[in-house]
Design a protein around this ligand. Structure first.
Ligand SMILES: Nc1nc2c(c(=O)[nH]1)N[C@H]1C(S)=C(S)[C@@H](COP(=O)(O)OP(=O)(O)OC[C@H]3O[C@@H](n4cnc5c(=O)[nH]c(N)nc54)[C@H](O)[C@@H]3O)O[C@H]1N2
Ligand SMILES: Nc1nc2c(c(=O)[nH]1)N[C@H]1C(S)=C(S)[C@@H](COP(=O)(O)OP(=O)(O)OC[C@H]3O[C@@H](n4cnc5c(=O)[nH]c(N)nc54)[C@H](O)[C@@H]3O)O[C@H]1N2
Ligand code: SF4
Ligand SMILES: [Mo]
Length: 746
């Protein structure tokens, strides 16, 4: 796999050759991890291996690995990439530390203690797979396929998720990327434009960027950050609505310090102002929209003053923003957001964003929303069987209608959890957790514990002993993204204005898996053989899947290797709008289903006296909880300080750096402590912390008990009515210092 990107021929040098000799001798007997001699560090390996696709987060940047004697020394961006280029972020870099984390899962384990407080016994793969097969078969025999629930996330969970959904036949699949992340964005845009929006805003070529909560800079996706920076460098104006002075707000021309939960009111006022003052794109509205009359009528109550009062921002600033957008239309980038499951009124806000983009004519134009076409590559997975609606919890049999008609694929988490706990309308007694950490991903941990405790069988496939794994009966160690083939990354170049190009980059292993780690295709196929589906197995290995997928695009693994890991081909004009493209300002189907046909503001509960609203978001150097045990990333940001407004802190006698814990309005305490960050950069009615901290698993020697777990404090959850996605920001907290609970001043 050696190739000529930046090959270093250091083995020819005497000193390094000397250092390289004893490598095989420094394999630790205890961990099996090879320790490189210190004087060899920093040379980054003697071989550059191509085909790495990062999965420290889901953006999947293209990597090369610097490898020596089978040990990965360093990760770098693949310089051939037309997406991330040679750049990777802090987390991408720290993938090396995940790979060799001594706490990583190594062998199949059986819990011979209690769920939640396990005692692990190492078992063979044969015993582990036989047990999983037997137990899952028992659930299917006794309760039916729908008795199995699946909590998947990430590339490695796709193949098993499809197996359980399509072949075993359960609807009860709740993917984190949908129900706690971007599902409601996608379905709201589909209801408005017919398309899921991705984050496809042409920021490099725009005149104005408008972010609603999106906080690029802390939310780090390398090519997206590049697009954003390029936009700023090219002179684009930036408007950021955020209750907090985020990394993006810090670069903004206009920071809208909005009251949490009121964004839809804000957007309605902007749109009403554009309509009333004839500042919208007539041509686009005439030719590419539906329902303008009904829409204008429905939003007309939203004057600048009314929204100003609701959102707690100046009316003049709403006008300033609307005028800035109108003056630069259609070259404006209204960012659709990504994590949008906020307050349980999110479908309406996402609809409003899609409609605003339409009023400004900002679809398929330079600097607007541009869904550049990527290359076609066929995927290979389990065949779809139709399993009807009888056991679909989202289908109301009496009313013959979906409860949440705009739910993303799968079943809303709350429907699954309520059904599991109540046993109604049927028992759910099997659970497969794969690449998701439902303890820290889905609100209300006590509810999740109840779900786990009532199961007949819980299996978990993971790479680290995170908190989710505490609840498994059988825990299986997976090969990481650096040790396996996988689904193919494809896309387009990051700056659309340049000659437009597409790329195809399969994930290929940079090093071999150590210990007894196996990949998703192996594990799923072995389960399928034990569950009576051997004849339906679609591919024998991940390598075969990759080879077949590449063949559909006229490529092969050998060719991709010869092309340094990435195939690049000409693209199509990204700016041409399909003739039938239409924005449903008013949506008849929504109205027929009993929802507002035009975007509508639904107020969220106010902050109770003495409390502050708990807000959370991304830590720039961590990915959720999964990176908490990574020693490089931990050292960069060991705890998640709680942001408190400086005037509030003054009244409470809190100083920057004070140690506090947090308790919520239902009496749930954080358990762990963190520090206080005193700042004018947060509204007085809320506090903020980075998500993902506060792990409890004793097997995490770095991450355990570090900082506070925001999820532990999120006990009140709402379901977005249209989509069923989780509303997670309606929780209220107080700080506790030296054992004293502090009342937050009004
Ligand atoms: N309170 C709160 N909740 C949130 C969010 C928030 O900001 N605050 N964010 C939401 C969002 S946007 C998202 S996308 C979700 C993220 O939700 P998750 O993806 O569930 O987040 P993590 O906590 O990182 O848990 C991932 C689990 O997958 C494991 N894992 C990592 N790589 C692999 C692999 O290759 N194979 C296997 N089998 N397992 C692997 C990790 O060790 C970890 O146990 O959380 C959502 N929930
Ligand atoms: N470093 C890093 N980068 C990541 C990830 C990661 O784990 N680490 N995860 C990736 C993933 S999967 C996702 S989904 C994205 C998420 O990234 P985003 O979609 O940008 O994240 P959000 O959590 O929605 O945004 C948090 C911001 O919303 C603000 N906010 C809170 N409530 C409100 C409100 O009511 N109105 C407004 N206007 N703002 C509000 C908060 O103050 C905070 O600044 O990040 C991605 N990038
Ligand atoms: S943004 Fe960072 S963590 Fe995410 S895929 Fe790219 S390099 Fe990896
Ligand atoms: Mo997400």
């Amino acid at each position: 796999m050696a190739f000529n990107l930046t090959r270093r021929k250091f083995l020819q040098t005497a000193s390094l050759a000397a250092a390289a000799v004893p490598l095989s001798k420094v394999v630790s007997a205890e961990t099996g991890i090879t320790k490189a001699p210190l004087d060899a560090m920093g040379t980054h390996g003697d071989q550059t291996v191509v085909g790495g696709i990062c999965e420290m987060c889901f953006w999947r940047c293209q990597l090369v690995g610097k490898v020596r004697d089978g040990r990965l020394m360093k990760l770098e961006g693949n310089p051939k990439s037309i997406d991330n280029g040679a750049a990777i972020c802090a987390r991408g870099n720290a993938g090396v530390k995940l790979l060799y984390d001594p706490d990583r899962l190594k062998y199949p384990l059986k819990n011979v203690g209690k769920r939640g407080a396990p005692t692990w016994k190492r078992i063979s793969w044969q015993e582990a797979l036989d047990t999983c097969g037997d137990k899952l078969n028992q659930v299917v025999d006794k309760y039916g396929a729908h008795g199995i629930s699946v909590f998947p996330h990430g590339a490695s969970a796709k193949y098993p998720m499809h197996y359980f959904e399509r072949t075993v036949g359960t609807h009860n699949v709740s993917e984190a990327s949908f129900f706690q992340c971007r599902g409601v964005r996608d379905t709201a845009y589909i209801a408005t434009t017919g398309k899921a929006p991705g984050e496809k805003v042409d920021m490099p070529n725009t005149k104005v960027m408008f972010f609603i909560g999106t906080h690029i800079g802390e939310n780090v996706h390398v090519s997206h950050v590049k697009q954003y920076i390029q936009g700023l460098q090219n002179g684009a104006k930036l408007i950021v609505a955020d209750p907090r002075f985020s990394a993006s707000a810090a670069k903004a021309d206009i920071w809208v310090q909005i009251k949490p939960g009121t964004d839809t009111a804000y957007m309605l006022a902007i749109m009403n102002y554009l309509v009333q003052n004839d500042k919208y794109d007539h041509d686009f509205i005439e030719n590419h929209s539906y329902g303008f009359e009904e829409f204008s009528e429905a939003i007309k109550e939203w004057t600048l003053e009314k929204a100003a009062a609701e959102c707690d921002i100046p009316a003049a600033q709403i006008k300033e923003v609307a005028d800035l957008l109108a003056a630069n239309a259609p070259n404006v980038a209204i960012h659709p957001g990504r994590h949008v499951t906020w307050h349980g009124n999110d479908f309406q806000r996402q609809r409003a964003l899609a409609c605003l983009t339409g009023l400004l004519g900002a679809y398929y134009v330079k600097g607007g929303w541009v869904p550049a076409k990527g290359p076609k590559v066929k995927g290979f997975s389990w065949k779809n069987h139709d399993h009807g609606t009888d056991y679909n919890l989202n289908y109301n049999q009496e009313e013959e209608a979906l409860r949440h008609p705009y739910a993303p694929p799968g079943t809303p988490s709350e429907l699954i959890r309520d059904c599991a706990i109540s046993g109604k309308p049927y028992p759910i007694k099997g659970c497969v957790v794969w690449g998701q950490n439902p303890m820290q991903t889905i609100p209300n941990q006590e509810k999740m514990k109840q779900v786990f405790m009532q199961m007949d069988f819980v299996m978990c496939v993971d790479i680290m002993p995170t908190d989710a794994t505490l609840w498994a009966d059988i825990l299986l160690p997976e090969a990481s993204y650096l040790e396996r083939y996988d689904y193919i990354k494809k896309g387009t170049q990051w700056n659309l204005a340049e000659t437009h190009q597409q790329y195809i980059a399969p994930r290929m292993p940079l090093v071999d898996p150590m210990f007894e780690r196996k990949d998703q295709v192996y594990i799923t196929n072995e389960l399928a053989k034990r569950m009576g589906h051997a004849s339906e197995i679609p591919v024998k290995s991940l390598e075969e899947m990759t080879e077949k997928s590449l063949a559909s695009a006229g490529l092969s693994i050998a060719q991709i290797k010869a092309e340094d890991g990435i195939h690049i081909q000409p693209g199509k004009d990204p700016y041409s709008m399909p003739e039938d493209f239409e924005v449903q300002l008013y949506n008849d189907d929504l109205a027929d289903a009993g929802f507002p046909g035009a975007p509508t503001y639904i107020a969220v509960p106010d902050v109770p006296k003495g409390f502050a609203r708990l807000l959370y978001g991304r830590a720039p150097v961590h990915t959720f909880n999964r990176s908490q045990n990574n020693v490089w990333l931990h050292n960069a940001m060991p705890v998640n300080p709680v942001w408190v407004n400086n005037e509030v802190a003054g009244k409470l006698g809190l100083m920057d750096g004070d140690t506090v814990s947090v308790v919520n309005s239902e009496g749930v305490a954080s358990g762990t402590t963190t520090t206080v960050k005193v700042t004018p950069g947060i509204r007085k009615d809320c506090v903020y912390m980075y998500h993902g901290y506060g792990s409890t698993n004793p097997a995490l020697s770095v991450g355990k008990d570090q900082g506070i777990d925001d999820q532990k404090l999120i006990t009140i959850l709402t379901a977005d009515p249209e989509s069923g996605c989780s509303g997670m920001r309606n929780n209220f907290v107080k700080l506790v210092k030296n054992g004293k609970v502090l009342d937050m001043p009004a």
